[in-house]
Design a protein around this ligand. Sequence first.
Ligand code: ADP
Length: 244
Amino acid sequence: MLMSIKNVRKRFGDLEVLKNVHMDIDKGDVVVILGPSGSGKTTFLRCLNFLERADAGEMDFAGMEIDLSHPSKKEIATVRQKTAFVFQGYNLFANKTVLENVTLGLVTGRGMKRQEAEELAKKALEKVGMADRLDYYPAQLSGGQQQRVGIARAIAVRPDVILFDEPTSALDPELVGEVLKVMRDLANDGTTMIVVTHEMKFARDVASHVIFMDGGVIVEEGTSEEIFEHPQEERTKKFLHRVL
Ligand code: ADP
């Protein structure tokens, strides 16, 4: 098991957003988290690398047993080192070029020499089809291109697992396909991924494991076939009926 997560709870004030969420992930898995808006998917993902602090929860990862509500600095640093996060809104530095955006984390976060970092960054940018835009600034790129740079930044650090938070939901419909294609390629290469998405075809085709969340709980989980072809729970059926 690469990563095992148990008993995650989180509230914002009176709102109980996560009520006891768990997840196991093996190397090479593509776990897709589905569910209606507001069901806690993004919050769960953010709790995993401490962008959000859980109220309770345990994570077994990289030989550590981490209390998600009270992680040590070293645990936070290790988790951040071994994971990468792809944001809905890309989160690129506007005043830095494509190459600089991907290189930066390798130099400052991983202490790599600039030349070595640039070589890795270029390889990552090649993978996402952005090698011909190294000197462009984010504003000179389409949303789909910016998100591909965001993905290059994630793969450049060679993480154990990449967390995708609705990576295509800010994109114009005609730009979604190019980003999903990059994600499919990564999955086919054996990249371990946790993906929050509303892209049902992607989920159906690519997921090794599907988690359906509603109201802060996992209502149902299983293989792509189990969830999409033979859902057992009424809430899952209703959701799929609505979105498919
Ligand atoms: P999903 O990703 O499934 O759409 P979220 O995890 O984004 O759900 O949100 C779950 C619930 O938590 C929503 O009701 C949302 O409004 C609320 N929420 C998320 N982040 C915050 C925050 N920082 N402060 C207060 N409420 C929040």
